[in-house]
Design a protein around this ligand. Structure first.
Ligand SMILES: *[C@@H]1O[C@H](CO)[C@@H](O)[C@H](O)[C@H]1NC(C)=O
Ligand SMILES: *[C@@H]1O[C@H](CO)[C@@H](O)[C@H](O)[C@H]1NC(C)=O
Ligand SMILES: *[C@@H]1O[C@H](CO)[C@@H](O)[C@H](O)[C@H]1NC(C)=O
Ligand SMILES: *[C@@H]1O[C@H](CO)[C@@H](O)[C@H](O)[C@H]1NC(C)=O
Ligand SMILES: [Zn+2]
Length: 282
């Protein structure tokens, strides 16, 4: 984690603060760590074969790989988010899933379909795709699509141009949702230990959310990113943008009311990543 921060800082401090990253490192780690223990035998075996040896069978350790390769694979940077029309609070694949040049399917929902279709070829001989990369992209993008501001407004780039103060620190609204809410929660409630947050989420998935978790998994095809994107833009309007203007100071009122939303989106991301991989690998 330290290494990644230093690495990114060393080469593009500004990009980290202004680009649409999706969840930060901990958000992605949490999603993948929640997902992996929920995999079926077939999916667990496929994941274990596809992960590079140095990952030591820990999908979480490479859940932010897609953010790190954005510089090398420049074409992939539009695949982390969806820009929807300002103030509309709705999402439609055919209207919204395109990049800044208007090229269709180039958004996080299109990427989830793309990498799902690639991974489905896992059991066919000589797949033409690099399925290790397909797995790492898919695991990352199912996290990203659950970050409400990843399905945000076009003109403010999902809250990236909305300046805010997170308590006393100057940042942008997008970053508050990528990192600050999770970071403040870890500090305040979990002794700065992400593993404790993960195990509390895990407990909640099997207790307070047990009924809902079944519904989160439901999907009549192999992947269902459109449903997640629609929920995301609603949450962006109802919680992320709500009451915030350029220069707002966000403190306890905002943090304490939004923290449960972030917890639920992380839990949904983890449950749905596992369910999607289980459908893909059978
Ligand atoms: C689909 O995956 C391929 C291989 O990584 C990539 O070149 C292409 O840009 C992807 N397209 C989308 C929409 O994800
Ligand atoms: C697949 O992608 C991974 C990660 O980028 C890379 O390390 C590996 O060499 C690639 N495999 C092939 C066969 O190209
Ligand atoms: C917020 O203010 C900054 C600085 O004045 C400006 O560059 C930015 O475009 C504004 N953002 C929005 C969403 O109006
Ligand atoms: C877990 O559920 C309890 C009881 O509803 C709630 O108070 C707590 O904030 C939840 N924690 C997380 C991390 O979801
Ligand atoms: Zn991302």
């Amino acid at each position: 984690m330290e290494l990644c921060q230093v690495h990114i800082l060393a080469f593009a401090a500004l990009m980290r603060c202004t680009s649409t990253n999706g969840w930060g490192i901990d958000g992605h780690l949490i999603t993948c760590r929640l997902a992996q223990p929920r995999l079926s035998k077939a999916a667990a075996d496929a994941v274990s074969r596809l992960l590079p040896a140095y990952a030591d069978n820990d999908l979480g350790s490479l859940c932010s790989w897609a953010d790190r390769v954005k510089f090398r694979y420049h074409w992939s940077s539009a695949l982390h988010y969806i820009d929807t029309p300002d103030k509309l609070c709705s999402y439609q694949y055919t209207r919204d899933c395109k990049d800044e040049d208007g090229i269709r399917d180039r958004c996080v929902a299109g990427a989830i379909y793309n990498y799902t279709n690639q991974l489905i070829t896992y059991n066919t001989p000589n797949s033409q795709y690099n399925l290790t990369e397909a797995l790492l992209f898919l695991a990352h993008f199912i996290g990203d699509i659950h970050q409400p501001l990843h399905v945000g407004f076009t003109s403010d780039r999902g809250g990236n141009t909305v300046g805010v103060h997170w308590y006393t620190a100057k940042t942008v609204l997008h970053h508050a949702w990528d990192d600050s809410i999770i970071g403040t929660a870890e500090q305040r409630f979990f002794d700065s230990n992400v593993d404790e947050l993960i195990s509390t989420l895990q407990t909640n998935i099997t207790t307070v959310w047990a009924g809902q978790a079944k519904a989160w998994e439901a999907c009549s095809r192999t992947a269902c990113p459109d449903a997640y994107a629609s929920e995301g833009v609603r949450a962006a309007c109802d919680w992320a943008y709500k009451g915030v203007s350029n220069g707002s100071v966000l403190e306890d009122d905002y943090f304490l009311s939004r923290y449960p939303v972030v917890n639920m989106r992380l839990a949904q991301g983890g449950v749905r990543l596992a369910a999607t991989l289980n459908r893909i690998f059978g």
